[in-house]
Design a binder for this molecule. Structure first.
Ligand code: PNS
Length: 165
């Protein structure tokens, strides 16, 4: 039986840390559905369509991955997609408390879905979408932290030119 995991998140925008978790998740699961939370109340920088496009372009050439969007409860979406697990990445200890709460709440809501954590690659330990947005907003160099398409979209969004031009 095919093992499917949902990799949920805001992905506002996708970072190289997310891509690393997806690639490593594919070693455990047959297929991964990247689920972008469509929640306008979170006041995202990028629309859900923009986030989806950036993810799809960043994942080009990587098989067994699908990008989708969802609203409402994650566990309901996981059931709808007939997923076996929720995949989450864990960076530093600071992630632990939130992830623990999320996983326990999801387990309470549905005991059939397991949450699987992968430790982030050491290179991406300090890579977060919010820090990257903050740096990009003020023209900081974020080369190597996000896929090229995201770097370009952030520069367009904030009206900056590439570094050293
Ligand atoms: O990338 P993020 O913002 O850390 O992802 C958080 C996400 C999308 C996984 C979480 O907010 C979520 O699952 N939201 C959907 C609503 C839900 O099911 N919440 C958990 C139980 S209350």
């Amino acid at each position: 039986m095919e093992k499917l995991a949902i990799y949920p998140g805001s992905f506002d925008p996708v970072t190289n840390g997310h891509i690393d978790i997806i690639k490593r998740g594919l070693k455990l699961f047959d297929r991964i559905v990247v689920g972008i939370l469509n929640n306008p109340t979170k006041n995202p920088l990028f629309s859900v369509e923009e986030r989806r496009e950036m993810l799809e372009l960043s994942l080009q050439g990587i098989g067994r991955v699908e990008v989708d969007t969802f609203e409402g409860l994650l566990v309901d979406y996981a059931i709808k997609r007939e997923a076996h697990a929720i995949l989450r990445g864990m960076r530093a200890v600071s992630d632990f408390e939130y992830e623990f709460q999320l996983a326990l709440m999801n387990r309470r809501l549905n005991r059939d879905i397991q949450t699987v954590f992968l430790m982030t690659g050491l290179r991406w330990i300090f890579t977060s979408s919010s820090i990257i947005k903050e740096a990009a907003r003020f023209g900081g160099n974020i080369n190597g932290m996000v896929p090229a398409v995201v770097n370009q979209r952030l520069r367009e969004k904030f009206g900056h030119r590439p570094p050293n031009t």
